[in-house]
Design a protein around this ligand. Structure first.
Ligand code: FAD
Ligand code: SF4
Length: 387
Protein backbone atom coordinates (compact mmCIF):
# COMPACT_ATOMS: atom_id res chain seq x y z
CA UNK A 1 0.00 0.00 0.00
CA UNK A 2 1.26 3.46 -0.90
CA UNK A 3 0.79 5.46 2.32
CA UNK A 4 1.40 8.80 0.58
CA UNK A 5 -2.01 8.57 -0.99
CA UNK A 6 -3.53 9.39 2.44
CA UNK A 7 -2.90 12.27 4.84
CA UNK A 8 -1.65 11.51 8.34
CA UNK A 9 -3.68 12.93 11.25
CA UNK A 10 -1.54 16.09 11.54
CA UNK A 11 -1.82 16.77 7.80
CA UNK A 12 -5.56 16.07 7.90
CA UNK A 13 -6.03 18.50 10.82
CA UNK A 14 -4.02 21.18 9.04
CA UNK A 15 -6.06 20.76 5.86
CA UNK A 16 -9.51 20.73 7.51
CA UNK A 17 -8.59 23.76 9.61
CA UNK A 18 -8.12 25.75 6.40
CA UNK A 19 -11.80 25.29 5.45
CA UNK A 20 -13.65 28.64 5.45
CA UNK A 21 -17.03 26.94 6.05
CA UNK A 22 -18.67 28.76 3.12
CA UNK A 23 -22.41 28.73 3.61
CA UNK A 24 -23.11 28.48 -0.13
CA UNK A 25 -20.85 25.36 -0.33
CA UNK A 26 -19.39 25.89 -3.85
CA UNK A 27 -17.51 22.59 -3.45
CA UNK A 28 -20.78 20.65 -3.19
CA UNK A 29 -22.29 22.50 -6.13
CA UNK A 30 -19.26 21.58 -8.23
CA UNK A 31 -19.37 17.89 -7.27
CA UNK A 32 -21.26 15.83 -9.90
CA UNK A 33 -22.68 13.51 -7.23
CA UNK A 34 -23.37 16.29 -4.69
CA UNK A 35 -20.98 15.14 -2.01
CA UNK A 36 -20.85 17.94 0.56
CA UNK A 37 -17.23 18.72 1.54
CA UNK A 38 -18.24 21.80 3.53
CA UNK A 39 -20.43 19.55 5.71
CA UNK A 40 -18.08 16.57 6.13
CA UNK A 41 -15.08 18.81 6.79
CA UNK A 42 -16.96 20.71 9.53
CA UNK A 43 -18.07 17.40 11.10
CA UNK A 44 -14.47 16.14 11.05
CA UNK A 45 -13.23 19.45 12.47
CA UNK A 46 -15.58 18.90 15.44
CA UNK A 47 -14.24 15.38 15.91
CA UNK A 48 -17.43 13.76 14.57
CA UNK A 49 -15.75 11.38 12.13
CA UNK A 50 -18.63 8.93 11.99
CA UNK A 51 -20.88 11.84 10.95
CA UNK A 52 -18.33 12.81 8.29
CA UNK A 53 -18.25 9.22 6.96
CA UNK A 54 -22.06 9.14 6.89
CA UNK A 55 -22.22 12.46 5.02
CA UNK A 56 -19.83 11.11 2.35
CA UNK A 57 -21.37 7.62 2.13
CA UNK A 58 -24.98 8.80 1.90
CA UNK A 59 -24.15 10.75 -1.26
CA UNK A 60 -21.55 8.48 -2.76
CA UNK A 61 -21.16 4.67 -2.65
CA UNK A 62 -17.50 4.98 -3.68
CA UNK A 63 -16.44 7.91 -1.49
CA UNK A 64 -12.97 6.57 -0.72
CA UNK A 65 -12.23 5.62 -4.32
CA UNK A 66 -13.37 9.07 -5.49
CA UNK A 67 -11.17 10.66 -2.84
CA UNK A 68 -8.18 8.85 -4.32
CA UNK A 69 -8.79 9.54 -8.01
CA UNK A 70 -11.22 12.45 -8.50
CA UNK A 71 -9.48 15.07 -10.65
CA UNK A 72 -8.99 18.61 -9.34
CA UNK A 73 -11.50 20.12 -11.78
CA UNK A 74 -14.60 19.69 -9.57
CA UNK A 75 -14.71 20.46 -5.82
CA UNK A 76 -11.11 21.66 -5.61
CA UNK A 77 -11.48 24.07 -8.50
CA UNK A 78 -14.51 25.60 -6.76
CA UNK A 79 -12.83 25.92 -3.33
CA UNK A 80 -12.98 29.55 -2.11
CA UNK A 81 -9.69 29.09 -0.31
CA UNK A 82 -7.89 29.12 -3.68
CA UNK A 83 -8.60 32.86 -3.84
CA UNK A 84 -6.65 33.36 -0.60
CA UNK A 85 -3.75 30.99 -1.15
CA UNK A 86 -4.44 27.49 -2.56
CA UNK A 87 -7.45 25.15 -2.50
CA UNK A 88 -8.07 22.55 0.16
CA UNK A 89 -7.11 19.14 -1.16
CA UNK A 90 -10.70 17.95 -0.72
CA UNK A 91 -10.30 14.59 -2.49
CA UNK A 92 -7.34 13.65 -0.27
CA UNK A 93 -9.22 14.78 2.86
CA UNK A 94 -12.19 12.66 1.79
CA UNK A 95 -10.03 9.59 1.06
CA UNK A 96 -8.18 9.93 4.39
CA UNK A 97 -11.38 10.23 6.44
CA UNK A 98 -12.83 7.17 4.71
CA UNK A 99 -9.61 5.15 5.04
CA UNK A 100 -9.30 5.82 8.79
CA UNK A 101 -12.92 5.90 9.89
CA UNK A 102 -15.04 3.88 7.49
CA UNK A 103 -14.91 0.40 8.97
CA UNK A 104 -17.15 -1.89 7.00
CA UNK A 105 -18.75 -4.21 9.51
CA UNK A 106 -22.31 -4.25 8.33
CA UNK A 107 -24.21 -4.37 5.05
CA UNK A 108 -26.26 -1.70 3.30
CA UNK A 109 -29.79 -1.95 4.73
CA UNK A 110 -32.83 -2.04 2.45
CA UNK A 111 -36.50 -1.71 3.28
CA UNK A 112 -38.74 -4.72 2.51
CA UNK A 113 -38.70 -5.64 -1.21
CA UNK A 114 -41.15 -3.59 -3.29
CA UNK A 115 -41.39 -6.49 -5.77
CA UNK A 116 -39.84 -4.69 -8.76
CA UNK A 117 -37.01 -6.51 -10.54
CA UNK A 118 -34.35 -4.35 -12.23
CA UNK A 119 -31.34 -5.66 -14.20
CA UNK A 120 -28.04 -3.80 -14.42
CA UNK A 121 -25.51 -4.67 -17.12
CA UNK A 122 -21.99 -3.82 -15.93
CA UNK A 123 -20.55 -3.45 -12.42
CA UNK A 124 -18.32 -0.43 -12.95
CA UNK A 125 -18.96 2.83 -11.03
CA UNK A 126 -22.18 3.63 -12.97
CA UNK A 127 -23.64 0.16 -12.33
CA UNK A 128 -22.59 0.24 -8.66
CA UNK A 129 -24.19 3.66 -8.07
CA UNK A 130 -27.43 2.58 -9.76
CA UNK A 131 -27.47 -0.60 -7.67
CA UNK A 132 -26.81 1.34 -4.42
CA UNK A 133 -29.63 3.77 -5.09
CA UNK A 134 -32.17 1.06 -6.04
CA UNK A 135 -31.33 -1.18 -3.08
CA UNK A 136 -31.90 1.74 -0.69
CA UNK A 137 -35.47 1.95 -2.04
CA UNK A 138 -36.27 -1.76 -1.83
CA UNK A 139 -35.84 -2.80 -5.49
CA UNK A 140 -34.60 -6.28 -6.36
CA UNK A 141 -31.40 -5.74 -8.32
CA UNK A 142 -29.68 -8.32 -10.52
CA UNK A 143 -26.25 -7.36 -11.86
CA UNK A 144 -24.71 -9.04 -14.91
CA UNK A 145 -20.96 -8.42 -15.20
CA UNK A 146 -18.76 -9.70 -18.05
CA UNK A 147 -15.59 -9.97 -15.94
CA UNK A 148 -15.00 -11.77 -12.66
CA UNK A 149 -15.04 -8.64 -10.51
CA UNK A 150 -16.64 -5.26 -9.87
CA UNK A 151 -14.98 -1.91 -10.63
CA UNK A 152 -14.86 -1.91 -14.44
CA UNK A 153 -12.20 0.45 -15.80
CA UNK A 154 -11.08 1.24 -12.23
CA UNK A 155 -9.28 -2.11 -12.29
CA UNK A 156 -6.90 -0.70 -14.91
CA UNK A 157 -5.74 2.13 -12.63
CA UNK A 158 -2.26 1.39 -11.22
CA UNK A 159 -2.32 0.11 -7.62
CA UNK A 160 -0.08 2.92 -6.36
CA UNK A 161 -2.93 5.36 -7.18
CA UNK A 162 -5.86 3.12 -6.38
CA UNK A 163 -5.22 -0.07 -4.37
CA UNK A 164 -7.71 -2.79 -5.35
CA UNK A 165 -8.56 -3.29 -1.63
CA UNK A 166 -10.34 0.08 -1.68
CA UNK A 167 -12.75 -1.02 -4.44
CA UNK A 168 -13.35 -4.30 -2.58
CA UNK A 169 -13.94 -2.46 0.70
CA UNK A 170 -16.62 -0.20 -0.80
CA UNK A 171 -18.28 -3.09 -2.65
CA UNK A 172 -18.12 -5.05 0.64
CA UNK A 173 -20.74 -2.72 2.09
CA UNK A 174 -23.19 -3.53 -0.74
CA UNK A 175 -22.51 -7.08 -1.88
CA UNK A 176 -24.35 -9.06 0.80
CA UNK A 177 -27.58 -7.08 0.63
CA UNK A 178 -30.43 -9.65 0.48
CA UNK A 179 -32.15 -7.87 -2.44
CA UNK A 180 -29.03 -8.12 -4.63
CA UNK A 181 -28.06 -10.95 -6.96
CA UNK A 182 -24.80 -10.88 -8.96
CA UNK A 183 -23.82 -12.89 -12.02
CA UNK A 184 -20.13 -12.50 -12.83
CA UNK A 185 -18.46 -13.81 -16.02
CA UNK A 186 -21.76 -13.18 -17.78
CA UNK A 187 -21.87 -11.12 -20.98
CA UNK A 188 -25.26 -9.75 -21.99
CA UNK A 189 -25.14 -9.09 -25.72
CA UNK A 190 -28.67 -7.80 -26.09
CA UNK A 191 -30.39 -5.93 -23.22
CA UNK A 192 -33.79 -6.60 -24.85
CA UNK A 193 -33.32 -10.31 -24.07
CA UNK A 194 -33.53 -9.49 -20.34
CA UNK A 195 -36.93 -7.83 -20.76
CA UNK A 196 -38.22 -11.17 -22.08
CA UNK A 197 -36.91 -12.80 -18.87
CA UNK A 198 -39.26 -10.71 -16.73
CA UNK A 199 -37.11 -7.73 -15.75
CA UNK A 200 -39.15 -4.53 -15.65
CA UNK A 201 -36.30 -2.21 -16.54
CA UNK A 202 -32.68 -2.56 -17.65
CA UNK A 203 -29.84 -0.18 -16.85
CA UNK A 204 -26.96 -0.59 -19.28
CA UNK A 205 -23.70 0.59 -17.69
CA UNK A 206 -21.23 -1.23 -19.89
CA UNK A 207 -18.53 1.46 -20.22
CA UNK A 208 -16.44 1.95 -23.33
CA UNK A 209 -14.85 -1.42 -24.05
CA UNK A 210 -13.53 -0.74 -27.59
CA UNK A 211 -10.07 0.74 -28.08
CA UNK A 212 -9.75 3.45 -30.76
CA UNK A 213 -7.37 2.30 -33.48
CA UNK A 214 -4.71 4.31 -35.26
CA UNK A 215 -5.49 2.73 -38.65
CA UNK A 216 -1.85 2.68 -39.72
CA UNK A 217 0.49 0.10 -41.18
CA UNK A 218 2.07 -2.05 -38.46
CA UNK A 219 -0.62 -1.31 -35.85
CA UNK A 220 -0.65 -5.00 -34.89
CA UNK A 221 2.87 -4.50 -33.44
CA UNK A 222 1.47 -2.14 -30.79
CA UNK A 223 -0.23 -3.11 -27.50
CA UNK A 224 -3.52 -1.48 -26.45
CA UNK A 225 -3.68 0.33 -23.09
CA UNK A 226 -6.35 -2.14 -21.95
CA UNK A 227 -4.13 -5.18 -22.56
CA UNK A 228 -1.13 -3.38 -21.11
CA UNK A 229 -2.73 -2.08 -17.90
CA UNK A 230 -4.50 -5.41 -17.24
CA UNK A 231 -1.09 -7.03 -16.85
CA UNK A 232 1.89 -4.64 -17.05
CA UNK A 233 4.33 -7.28 -15.78
CA UNK A 234 3.68 -9.34 -18.90
CA UNK A 235 5.11 -6.49 -21.01
CA UNK A 236 7.82 -5.29 -18.58
CA UNK A 237 11.00 -4.22 -20.37
CA UNK A 238 14.22 -2.41 -19.54
CA UNK A 239 14.33 -0.99 -23.06
CA UNK A 240 12.67 2.07 -24.60
CA UNK A 241 8.90 2.42 -24.48
CA UNK A 242 6.73 4.66 -26.68
CA UNK A 243 3.26 5.72 -25.62
CA UNK A 244 0.95 6.99 -28.34
CA UNK A 245 -1.48 9.43 -26.73
CA UNK A 246 -1.38 12.29 -24.26
CA UNK A 247 -4.31 11.91 -21.87
CA UNK A 248 -4.69 10.58 -18.33
CA UNK A 249 -4.75 6.95 -19.46
CA UNK A 250 -1.60 7.43 -21.56
CA UNK A 251 -0.02 9.02 -18.48
CA UNK A 252 -0.85 5.95 -16.38
CA UNK A 253 0.76 3.77 -19.08
CA UNK A 254 3.91 5.93 -19.15
CA UNK A 255 4.36 5.94 -15.37
CA UNK A 256 3.67 2.21 -15.15
CA UNK A 257 6.27 1.49 -17.85
CA UNK A 258 8.77 3.59 -15.90
CA UNK A 259 7.91 1.82 -12.59
CA UNK A 260 8.33 -1.61 -14.20
CA UNK A 261 11.89 -0.91 -15.39
CA UNK A 262 11.77 0.88 -18.76
CA UNK A 263 14.96 2.80 -19.46
CA UNK A 264 13.31 5.59 -21.45
CA UNK A 265 9.64 6.37 -21.85
CA UNK A 266 8.45 8.83 -24.48
CA UNK A 267 4.90 10.01 -25.06
CA UNK A 268 3.91 11.02 -28.60
CA UNK A 269 1.10 13.59 -28.68
CA UNK A 270 -0.59 14.93 -31.83
CA UNK A 271 -1.39 18.26 -30.22
CA UNK A 272 0.63 20.71 -28.12
CA UNK A 273 2.00 19.50 -24.79
CA UNK A 274 -0.01 22.29 -23.17
CA UNK A 275 -3.19 20.72 -24.65
CA UNK A 276 -2.70 17.45 -22.69
CA UNK A 277 -5.89 16.83 -20.70
CA UNK A 278 -4.21 15.85 -17.44
CA UNK A 279 -4.20 17.26 -13.93
CA UNK A 280 -1.35 19.31 -12.44
CA UNK A 281 -0.49 16.32 -10.26
CA UNK A 282 -0.20 14.07 -13.34
CA UNK A 283 1.93 16.67 -15.13
CA UNK A 284 4.21 16.85 -12.10
CA UNK A 285 4.51 13.06 -11.96
CA UNK A 286 5.50 12.91 -15.63
CA UNK A 287 8.22 15.52 -15.06
CA UNK A 288 9.51 13.95 -11.84
CA UNK A 289 9.74 10.55 -13.50
CA UNK A 290 11.66 11.87 -16.49
CA UNK A 291 9.03 10.94 -19.08
CA UNK A 292 9.85 12.55 -22.45
CA UNK A 293 6.99 14.43 -24.09
CA UNK A 294 7.00 14.88 -27.85
CA UNK A 295 4.15 17.14 -28.97
CA UNK A 296 2.77 18.08 -32.41
CA UNK A 297 3.68 14.64 -33.73
CA UNK A 298 1.64 12.04 -35.57
CA UNK A 299 2.47 8.35 -35.89
CA UNK A 300 2.37 7.19 -39.53
CA UNK A 301 3.67 3.62 -39.39
CA UNK A 302 5.21 0.98 -37.11
CA UNK A 303 7.71 -1.63 -38.29
CA UNK A 304 10.14 -4.18 -36.91
CA UNK A 305 13.85 -3.54 -37.43
CA UNK A 306 16.69 -5.57 -35.86
CA UNK A 307 14.26 -7.23 -33.40
CA UNK A 308 13.09 -3.84 -32.12
CA UNK A 309 10.28 -1.52 -33.18
CA UNK A 310 10.61 1.61 -35.28
CA UNK A 311 8.08 4.44 -35.40
CA UNK A 312 7.63 6.62 -38.45
CA UNK A 313 6.55 10.04 -37.22
CA UNK A 314 5.71 13.34 -38.85
CA UNK A 315 5.14 16.81 -37.45
CA UNK A 316 1.69 18.41 -37.29
CA UNK A 317 0.48 22.02 -37.36
CA UNK A 318 -2.81 23.74 -36.61
CA UNK A 319 -4.73 25.18 -39.54
CA UNK A 320 -7.54 26.96 -37.71
CA UNK A 321 -8.76 24.34 -35.23
CA UNK A 322 -7.73 21.44 -37.44
CA UNK A 323 -4.50 19.51 -37.19
CA UNK A 324 -2.66 18.86 -40.42
CA UNK A 325 0.52 16.97 -41.26
CA UNK A 326 3.51 19.08 -42.28
CA UNK A 327 4.77 17.61 -45.57
CA UNK A 328 8.25 16.10 -45.73
CA UNK A 329 8.74 15.94 -41.98
CA UNK A 330 8.51 12.15 -41.68
CA UNK A 331 11.42 10.62 -39.80
CA UNK A 332 12.23 7.21 -38.37
CA UNK A 333 12.44 6.74 -34.58
CA UNK A 334 14.02 3.32 -34.02
CA UNK A 335 14.87 1.13 -31.00
CA UNK A 336 11.62 0.78 -29.08
CA UNK A 337 10.98 -2.46 -27.19
CA UNK A 338 7.32 -1.70 -26.60
CA UNK A 339 4.75 0.64 -28.16
CA UNK A 340 1.52 1.25 -26.24
CA UNK A 341 -1.52 2.72 -27.94
CA UNK A 342 -3.62 4.93 -25.61
CA UNK A 343 -5.65 7.32 -27.74
CA UNK A 344 -9.02 6.47 -26.23
CA UNK A 345 -11.94 4.09 -26.43
CA UNK A 346 -15.56 4.16 -27.55
CA UNK A 347 -18.93 2.47 -27.22
CA UNK A 348 -21.65 2.24 -29.85
CA UNK A 349 -24.29 4.90 -29.20
CA UNK A 350 -27.82 3.85 -28.23
CA UNK A 351 -30.78 6.00 -27.19
CA UNK A 352 -32.75 5.29 -24.00
CA UNK A 353 -36.11 3.59 -24.45
CA UNK A 354 -39.05 3.25 -22.02
CA UNK A 355 -37.49 0.15 -20.51
CA UNK A 356 -33.78 0.55 -21.16
CA UNK A 357 -31.65 3.34 -19.68
CA UNK A 358 -27.97 3.88 -20.49
CA UNK A 359 -25.61 5.23 -17.84
CA UNK A 360 -21.95 6.08 -17.32
CA UNK A 361 -19.26 6.11 -19.99
CA UNK A 362 -21.35 4.11 -22.49
CA UNK A 363 -23.80 7.02 -22.49
CA UNK A 364 -21.58 10.09 -22.12
CA UNK A 365 -18.24 8.93 -23.56
CA UNK A 366 -15.05 8.66 -21.49
CA UNK A 367 -15.53 10.61 -18.29
CA UNK A 368 -14.48 10.43 -14.67
CA UNK A 369 -15.49 8.13 -11.82
CA UNK A 370 -17.67 10.74 -10.15
CA UNK A 371 -19.50 11.58 -13.38
CA UNK A 372 -20.10 7.86 -14.05
CA UNK A 373 -21.41 7.42 -10.48
CA UNK A 374 -23.68 10.41 -10.88
CA UNK A 375 -25.01 9.08 -14.20
CA UNK A 376 -25.76 5.68 -12.60
CA UNK A 377 -27.52 7.41 -9.71
CA UNK A 378 -29.66 9.46 -12.14
CA UNK A 379 -30.61 6.31 -14.09
CA UNK A 380 -31.81 4.74 -10.84
CA UNK A 381 -33.71 7.89 -9.85
CA UNK A 382 -35.52 7.78 -13.19
CA UNK A 383 -36.69 4.23 -12.40
CA UNK A 384 -37.64 5.16 -8.84
CA UNK A 385 -39.92 7.89 -10.21
CA UNK A 386 -41.42 5.50 -12.78
CA UNK A 387 -42.22 2.38 -10.66
C1 FAD B 1 -6.33 3.71 -16.99
C2 FAD B 1 -7.49 4.53 -16.52
C3 FAD B 1 -7.28 5.52 -15.59
C4 FAD B 1 -8.35 6.29 -15.16
N1 FAD B 1 -8.09 7.25 -14.22
C5 FAD B 1 -9.13 7.98 -13.74
C6 FAD B 1 -8.90 8.95 -12.73
O1 FAD B 1 -7.77 9.15 -12.27
N2 FAD B 1 -9.95 9.66 -12.26
C7 FAD B 1 -11.22 9.48 -12.73
O2 FAD B 1 -12.14 10.13 -12.26
N3 FAD B 1 -11.47 8.56 -13.70
C8 FAD B 1 -10.45 7.81 -14.22
N4 FAD B 1 -10.68 6.90 -15.20
C9 FAD B 1 -12.04 6.83 -15.78
C10 FAD B 1 -13.02 5.96 -14.97
O3 FAD B 1 -12.40 4.75 -14.61
C11 FAD B 1 -14.25 5.73 -15.82
O4 FAD B 1 -14.81 6.97 -16.18
C12 FAD B 1 -15.32 4.90 -15.08
O5 FAD B 1 -14.78 3.66 -14.66
C13 FAD B 1 -16.52 4.65 -16.00
O6 FAD B 1 -17.48 3.88 -15.30
P1 FAD B 1 -18.61 3.04 -16.03
O7 FAD B 1 -19.32 2.31 -14.97
O8 FAD B 1 -19.38 3.90 -16.95
O9 FAD B 1 -17.83 2.02 -17.00
P2 FAD B 1 -16.71 0.95 -16.67
O10 FAD B 1 -15.91 1.32 -15.48
O11 FAD B 1 -15.98 0.75 -17.96
O12 FAD B 1 -17.52 -0.38 -16.32
C14 FAD B 1 -18.26 -1.09 -17.30
C15 FAD B 1 -18.45 -2.52 -16.81
O13 FAD B 1 -19.36 -3.17 -17.69
C16 FAD B 1 -18.91 -4.48 -17.98
N5 FAD B 1 -19.48 -4.86 -19.26
C17 FAD B 1 -19.23 -4.32 -20.49
N6 FAD B 1 -19.99 -4.91 -21.44
C18 FAD B 1 -20.75 -5.84 -20.79
C19 FAD B 1 -21.74 -6.79 -21.24
N7 FAD B 1 -22.10 -6.86 -22.53
N8 FAD B 1 -22.31 -7.62 -20.32
C20 FAD B 1 -21.94 -7.55 -19.01
N9 FAD B 1 -21.02 -6.67 -18.55
C21 FAD B 1 -20.43 -5.82 -19.42
C22 FAD B 1 -17.40 -4.34 -18.02
O14 FAD B 1 -16.75 -5.58 -17.79
C23 FAD B 1 -17.15 -3.34 -16.86
O15 FAD B 1 -16.97 -4.00 -15.63
C24 FAD B 1 -9.64 6.09 -15.68
C25 FAD B 1 -9.86 5.09 -16.64
C26 FAD B 1 -8.79 4.32 -17.06
C27 FAD B 1 -9.02 3.25 -18.10
S1 SF4 C 1 -16.75 12.94 -4.84
FE1 SF4 C 1 -14.93 13.75 -5.88
S2 SF4 C 1 -15.59 15.71 -6.81
FE2 SF4 C 1 -17.14 15.12 -5.26
S3 SF4 C 1 -16.48 16.21 -3.36
FE3 SF4 C 1 -15.62 14.13 -3.30
S4 SF4 C 1 -13.56 14.33 -4.16
FE4 SF4 C 1 -14.72 16.19 -4.77
Amino acid sequence: MNNNIYLNQAQLNAEINRCLNCKNHPCMTACPISCNPQEFIQLAKNGNYSGAVKSISDANPMGQTCGLICPDKFCMKACTRSRLDFPINIPKVQASIMEKHHNIQDTLKSPRSNGHKIAIIGAGPAGIAACFQLLKKGYNVIIFEASDKVGGALNLIPGNRLPSEVINKEWGFIKDNPLLETHFNTVIKNPQSLLKQGFEHIIVASGEPNVINLDIEGEELTVSYIDYLHNPQKYATNGNVAIIGGGAVATDCALTARNTGAQNVEMFIRRRISDMRITNEERKNLLENGIDLTGMTKIKKVQTEKNLLTLHTCKTKFVGNKLEEIPETTIKRPDFSLIIKAIGSYAPHFEDTDKITYAGDCKTGGSTIVEALSSGKSAAEKIIQQY
